[in-house]
Design a binder for this molecule. Structure first.
Ligand code: NDP
Ligand code: 2IT
Length: 446
């Protein structure tokens, strides 16, 4: 429920941003958390900080023309939403997926502001991307697209201004093409202008693994706070991209067993535990579908229809995309004995699903907190670039684990302070909000 004092703020957001359902959903969830904050701190209402936070500082939309291998011309749309720079340069990934539109990029940018604040590192929030579909495209086509995209975007970037990274459809290959074009146009080797670079040319150890590893570190903290353990737990990880693969890797290292994962064509059930080497080979190296995984490994079933959440598991990690876990899926998880849901993707659980978790006492780790390990390690990459240094894997992984542990503790103590003990959603939203709002108030009306 949104507090009476904040209802008109929400209605304004909806009427000023028509047809942007995901953006409405993301702002609504934050407003639902802020009731106890404005009761204690009416100054936020007078200063209209919440309204300011819901309005991006700058929105860039541009044309991206490119030619495919047959010479046919394509026109895509590019976006960069520079949402909030109160705590540092705009920071957040680029998503290449046919579903990308303004509402999706704005919801992602809005979430990023709070997430980045929670890391405690000096980064503001932003997000970008394009409705370009990299699936089935050759390396040369992806390169030409990235070069065209950066030919417009470069003028808005800079290590003190706006620092993109990857997201769905944007991995090390795309970051290479994007950075290469930025370097060529600007004639500057400005390493910290983009993160998620290869470790061969300025990237950080652990950045590739960071989001998935971080989500599992967060889950471990949640279970341990209840005197439980991740060891021996049966898990589901949806998706089979960057976040999913490294969530599975860390779960296996910690003695949990992952029995299912998915892609946009269905899901696999592998009761013996997913063979990670095979999954990496099929999805990351060959860029194939999960049907190929099922063909090469015995004892696995592939399901083109139905829901990955119908499989019994105790701890689950939605790591594919927004709104992939519905109220009905949540009810099925509850019936099958699920004890914790930890979001690796951004906003993968619908509001109805979160209600079901609350009603059934299922622990819930929201994306802003649980998947912050990726962007936190991006900020560590910026630190290494600024000092022209590179850190070792274990040192960097330790830093990540400590950041996740701090975020976890901050969420719990903030939820306690604002009268909703154990509610990580309130904890994450309020703690993130307070940090950004304090800086915005200090800066005055800018
Ligand atoms: P990838 O592109 O590496 O992988 C995405 C995975 O999700 C793929 O398996 C893809 O299936 C599946 N997927 C994507 N869109 C859909 C869809 N509409 N329906 C069904 N399945 C879909 O992306 P990432 O792993 O990087 O990102 C996954 C999620 O994690 C996103 O929500 C992203 O915003 C979030 N995230 C990512 C971070 C990062 O550092 N990369 C950091 C924090 C959050 P298919 O292979 O069929 O396309
Ligand atoms: O959603 C996210 O936090 C990301 N895609 C990572 C952003 C980043 O700048 O590393």
């Amino acid at each position: 429920m949104i507090d009476e004092k904040l209802k008109s703020v929400y209605h304004d957001i909806v009427s000023r941003n028509p047809a942007q359902q995901e953006f409405h959903q993301a702002t609504r969830e934050v407003l639902e958390s802020l009731g106890p904050v404005v009761a204690k701190h009416p100054e936020y209402l007078h200063a209209k900080v919440i309204q300011m936070l819901a309005e991006p500082e700058r929105q860039i939309i541009f044309r991206v023309p490119w030619a495919d291998d047959q010479g046919q011309v394509h026109i895509n749309r590019g976006f960069r939403i520079e949402f909030n720079s109160a705590l540092g340069p705009f920071k957040g990934g680029l998503r290449f997926h046919p579903s990308v539109n303004l509402g999706i990029v704005k919801f992602l940018g809005f979430e990023q502001v709070f997430k980045n604040a929670l890391t405690g590192l000096p980064i503001g929030g932003g997000k970008g991307g394009s409705d370009f579909d990299p699936k089935g495209r050759s390396d040369a086509e992806v390169m030409r697209f990235c070069q065209s995209f950066m030919t417009e975007l470069y003028r808005h970037l800079g290590e003190y201004t706006d620092v993109p990274a990857g997201d769905i459809g944007v991995g090390t290959r795309e970051i290479g093409y994007l950075f290469g074009q930025y370097k060529r146009i600007t004639n500057r080797y400005e390493s910290a202008v983009i993160t998620g670079k290869s470790t061969e040319w300025g990237g950080s150890q652990v950045r590739t693994e960071a989001t998935g590893y971080g989500a599992v570190f967060f889950a471990k903290e949640m279970l341990e706070a209840q005197n439980g353990s991740i060891e021996g737990k049966r898990c589901i990880v949806s998706g089979s991209g960057n976040v999913a693969i490294y969530a599975i890797e860390k779960l296996h290292q910690l003695g949990a067993i992952v029995v299912a994962c998915s892609d946009s064509d269905g899901f696999i059930h592998d009761p013996a535990g997913i063979d990670l080497d095979l999954l990496k080979q099929v999805k990351s190296v060959e860029r194939q579908r999960l049907t190929t995984y099922a063909e090469r490994r015995g004892g696995v079933t592939h399901h083109p229809a139905g829901s990955v959440w119908s499989i019994p598991a105790e701890v689950v990690f939605p790591c594919a995309t927004q709104n992939e876990l519905s109220g009905r899926d949540a009810a099925s998880l509850a019936k099958n004995g699920c004890i914790a849901v930890v979001e690796g993707a951004n906003m993968p659980c619908t509001a109805a699903a979160i209600d079901v978790f609350r009603e059934n006492g299922i622990l819930f780790g929201p994306a802003k907190a649980a998947n912050a390990g990726g962007v936190a390690t991006s900020a560590l990459e910026m630190q290494q670039n600024a000092s022209r240094d590179s850190w070792e894997f274990h040192y960097t992984e330790d830093r990540l684990a400590k950041i996740m542990s701090n975020i976890h503790d901050t969420c719990l103590s903030t939820a306690d302070e604002f009268g909703r003990p154990g509610d990580y959603v309130t904890g994450a939203n309020v703690a993130g909000f307070k940090r950004v709002a304090a800086a915005m108030m200090a800066f005055g009306l800018v």
